[in-house]
Design a protein around this ligand. Structure first.
Ligand code: GLN
Length: 557
């Protein structure tokens, strides 16, 4: 019988529920139990695809093409599993389904209500994940903070599931902030106490209380939390500030979380095998070298907008023994000014990430030009790949006014244009080319050396592509298209063989990067940045040869 762990948050958002949920998962995984994770987002959007990354952070893309909450990315990285799009449940999806059924007549004669109709639909969706994944434990994280009106139906569903599934098959982990008060020099537990009261009010007394504090709490506050939270002292834990987020599961297990969770869920106490994970954390924490890269994007103020890229650079850095310092540069600063060189000269590499729209595009193109002309390692992702094509068309092929039609519909040289199947698509939600597709890699190219496979599976999220009418002109001038769709009808990878390291992908390799299993493109880039810094004339690119599991779901559906 599947067991469920529900994670709730208290006091404020961004309290690290995702890291705690992932940690509980890891703690179970190293003991030999299988897990998956559901993220609940109590907002009305159907999915994250239409939200602003500056406010909500990155849109994470799953293997099967879901545009989901960035926490799913965190679960995949911690647990080294692929998660499906049904693992991200929103209020929008739940109400949509119930109202659709009402229109079909499924509830004829009944008054359709939040309880039981909405709560039943929430439970159905949670159980569907359990059925499909067949794991031992399903972790369910509810976004937001207890007390939010919009999350009430989800808490109600959890409450009902506690009764339906039985005492030993469900548990509640509550994560809440315990602030340190500088003026009096003490930790304050009152906000946490109030959040526990709120949780009780909705019928969810916590089994484990996780204090989010900057350090391990002293005995006094721990006892207070136990007393007012009505949990034994051994069920109170501290999610502390850590150097590497991947260290958290180890720290929490040392505090005894594994034993408490196994006891509570009546799971056998098997041996926890941490050695592999500890080794990975160790490489991430103790690099020998350091490189500094310029990330030229939009939304540069909120690092969560590019969280998978940040993490992919960390994973690659860990494998290359290198700390990667990221300098966020709002690409707009390069527009209309000739200041690219001064700003970028102190960096070991330039990365242009994915993006949309015209703001900042010319600045990104200026940064790409600098990297190409000065032999600085360059990695372009999605929009960065498309803008590298535009820059090459203008700067090398000499096509004046070359552009993407996303930026300039009347460009005389639309080197980047809408995908044919996107013509006529007007609805914005879930209509891009999404999810994993196979890519054919050209033999003896840089891509082939990096990936070590002739066919790779990578995740996409785009509407535009390299215009086939310009392929010949571009390749004639020295651009190499080293990856394409299996039928050769669209370009997936480009590179410049005479450059130190100039590599760009239409897909988003960061979504499949994991600690201990970095993505080859990021790994190659970080290696190249380091070797350039160390004064090598040519980078040594080893064949990493990552083994990809066959795409496990219907592609892009
Ligand atoms: N805006 C571009 C497109 O839609 C690139 C998208 C992206 O970078 N994710 O094709």
């Amino acid at each position: 019988m599947t067991k469920y762990v529900f994670t709730t948050g208290g006091v404020l958002s961004s309290v690290g529920k995702g890291a705690v949920t992932s940690s509980v998962g890891k703690i179970l995984q190293v003991r030999g139990f299988t897990v998956t994770v559901i993220k609940i987002d109590p907002y009305l959007n159907y999915d994250s695809g239409t939200m602003n990354p500056y406010m909500h952070g990155e849109v994470f893309v799953t293997e099967n093409g879901g545009e989901t909450d960035l926490d799913l990315g965190s679960y995949e990285r911690f647990l080294n599993i692929d998660i499906e799009k049904i693992n991200n449940i929103t209020t929008g999806q739940v109400y949509w389904q119930v109202i659709d059924r009402e229109r079909r007549g499924d509830f004829l004669g009944a008054c359709v209500q939040i309880i039981p109709h909405i709560s039943d639909e929430i439970k159905r969706r949670i159980r569907l994940v359990a059925e499909r994944s067949k794991v031992d434990v399903v972790l369910v994280e509810c976004g937001g903070t207890v007390g939010d009106i919009e999350a009430l139906p989800f808490y109600e569903a959890f409450r009902q599931m506690k009764a339906d599934e039985g005492e030993s098959n469900t548990m509640v982990v509550h994560v809440a902030l315990v602030p340190w008060l500088e003026a009096t020099g003490e930790y304050k537990t009152k906000p946490l106490q109030h959040s526990v009261q709120e949780l009780r009010r909705v019928g969810l007394p916590p089994d484990v209380i996780m204090a989010r504090s900057r350090d391990v709490l002293p005995d006094g506050p721990l006892r207070k939390i136990s007393l007012f939270g009505s949990v034994p002292l051994r069920n109170v834990f501290c999610s502390v500030d850590v150097e590497s987020i991947y260290e958290l599961p180890i720290i929490l297990d040392k505090q005894g979380l594994g034993e408490v969770v196994c006891d509570r869920l009546r799971l056998p106490h098997t041996l926890a095998r941490w050695d592999n994970w500890e080794q990975i954390v160790d490489t991430l924490k103790n690099p020998k070298h350091e490189v500094k890269i310029a990330m030229c994007g939009k939304y540069a103020e909120l690092s969560d907008s590019y969280i998978s890229i940040n993490e992919a650079l960390k994973h690659a850095g860990g494998a290359a023994g290198t700390r990667v310092l990221i300098d966020w540069i709002e690409a707009e600063v390069f527009e209309g000014k000739d200041n690219c060189k001064e700003q970028l000269a102190e960096h070991d590499g330039v990365l242009v990430p994915g993006g949309f729209g015209s703001r900042g595009a010319e600045g990104k193109i200026a940064a790409i030009r600098f990297a190409r002309e000065c032999g600085v390692p360059f990695l372009g992702i999605c929009y960065g790949f498309q803008l590298a094509t535009v820059e090459f068309a203008r700067g090398v092929v000499g096509l004046e006014g070359a552009n993407s039609t996303e930026i300039d519909e009347k460009s005389p040289h639309p080197v980047i244009d809408l995908l044919p199947e996107q013509r006529g698509v007007t609805r914005k939600g879930g209509t891009m080319r999404l999810g994993a597709y196979p890519i054919s890699v050209k033999r003896d190219s840089l891509a082939w050396r990096l990936y070590g496979h002739e066919v790779i599976y990578e995740r996409h999220r785009h509407r535009y592509e390299v215009n086939p009418e310009y392929w010949e002109k571009l390749t004639g001038a020295g651009l190499v298209f080293s990856g394409s769709t299996m039928d050769g009808s669209r370009i997936e990878i480009l590179e410049l063989p005479d450059h130190f390291f100039f590599f760009a992908t239409q897909f988003h390799p960061e979504f499949k990067s994991r600690p201990g299993r970095p993505d080859p493109a990021y790994y190659g880039f970080v290696k190249a940045c380091l070797e350039k810094k160390l004064g090598k004339s040519k980078p040594e690119i080893p064949v990493l040869g990552v083994d990809y599991p066959a795409a496990f779901t219907t592609l892009g559906s």
